[in-house]
Ligand binder design. Structure first.
Ligand code: GLY
Length: 384
């Protein structure tokens, strides 16, 4: 792990993808530089900003002013907030609005928002006129450390999350860490789960640093920029080696197989934010790794303790109404996991821990063993 950032605002990281390489610019108030950065890259381009109503209220005028300051006029496309906007209907709305705004091949789409906006606007950019470039301006912690980097774009299908989409890399990511000040504590915590994920999957020193410095990440000190830059650096390195997830990029799914099943069980609703599902999922992955004697039970406890210390849920029983609604059912959760990741002849692929700071892809996990483990976890009483 690199040393914490001191007075080096902004940090610029490179996602090394050859002809599709791009910068991630991270720092307080970097949104103000958006226009100049875009002008330098794409002089004369027409710009459409895709955002949602809440982000528009806080940040749209600032983004537009930054563009205007560089002499760039832009149009705006504002969609409804939340996961339900990752739909065919809203995708159509955005594509039609981009075409109506006369966005052509050499123009640019700006995704101004959290993960939903980045995925939706990025996918619209990927398919309108067979591909228009786009810029990610992530406004949630989750989007800044994960979804804005790496080019995964898409919408949900009635069959499941992210089932329709494209790899479409942005040409620039501008992550202004001061915009995170308007996030609710719950949203910030949910994004923090993905930050902790980078420590768990590949950098024990970063996980140890987070255990001591998480308060600074939450309060917005230089620790926040350091945590975001370290996360983005880790993601950029993995993506540049395995853009299309034929191998190690799957490590970024640590906690996601369990997490997606829990999100599906709760109807992809606000009852469980994606990052909260990932938090519970990472604890389950660590506990299952201990169950398989891959790590010590004390390591799994350490994962749980840290996530709980920032107020994240760590157990399935932490989800409101989980038991009462009959969701605490190992077979139902197995069926949801099978949909997410496909069980092949009773075997499942999981991301497990070999130690804190080293995740591995386990391709051949025995499904009945997972089922029994989940059943055991569900039978535990509160406080365990
Ligand atoms: N969020 C996982 C990935 O980008 O691969």
């Amino acid at each position: 792990m690199t040393a914490p950032i001191k007075n080096s605002n902004p940090v610029v990281l490179d996602v090394a993808l050859g002809a599709r390489a791009y910068d991630i610019v991270i720092g307080r108030d970097v949104l103000g530089s958006l226009g100049e950065r875009i002008k330098a890259m794409r002089p004369g381009a027409r710009i459409a900003i895709v955002t949602d109503a809440t982000v528009a209220m806080h940040w749209l005028e600032k983004a537009e002013a930054a563009l205007k300051g560089a002499g760039i006029e832009s149009s705006r496309i504002v969609v409804g907030e939340g996961e339900s906007s990752k739909s065919y209907a809203v995708l159509e709305e955005v594509c039609e609005a981009l075409i109506a705004a006369k966005i052509e091949r050499n123009d640019l789409v700006i995704a101004l928002g959290g993960g939903v906006i980045g995925d939706l606007a990025g996918f619209a950019a990927a398919i309108v006129r067979r591909g228009v470039d786009f810029v990610q301006v992530p406004t949630s912690l989750l989007a800044q450390v994960d979804s804005s980097v790496g080019g995964k774009t898409g919408i949900n299908s009635p069959h499941g999350k992210n089932l329709v989409g494209a790899f479409h890399q942005p040409i620039l990511v501008v992550a202004d860490t001061s915009v995170l000040d308007t996030l609710s504590p719950r949203q910030f915590r949910a994004g923090y789960a993905e930050v902790a994920k980078y420590g768990l999957l590949g950098d024990e020193a970063f996980f140890t640093w987070l255990e001591s410095n998480h308060a600074g990440v939450f309060s917005g000190s230089a620790a926040r920029e350091h945590a975001i830059a370290t996360s983005c650096r880790a993601k950029a390195a993995i993506v540049s080696r395995d853009e299309r997830e034929t191998g190690e990029r799957a490590l970024l799914n640590l906690g996601h197989t369990f997490g997606h099943a829990l999100e599906a069980a709760t109807g992809f609703s606000d009852r469980l934010f994606h990052g909260e599902g990932v938090s519970i999922g990472m604890v389950l992955a660590a506990e299952f790794s201990a169950h398989l004697n891959m790590i010590a039970p004390s390591d799994a406890e350490r994962v749980k303790r840290h996530l709980a210390s920032v107020g994240l849920p760590t157990r399935m029983q932490d989800i409101a109404g989980f038991r009462q609604e009959g969701l605490a059912d190992a077979d139902a959760l197995m069926a949801l996991m099978a949909q997410d990741k496909k069980v092949k002849r009773g075997r499942l692929t999981f991301i497990l821990l070999e130690k804190i700071g080293k995740a591995v892809i386990a391709n051949d996990v025995d499904a009945p063993r997972v089922r029994n483990f989940i059943a055991e976890k569900l039978s535990q009483q509160p406080g365990r």
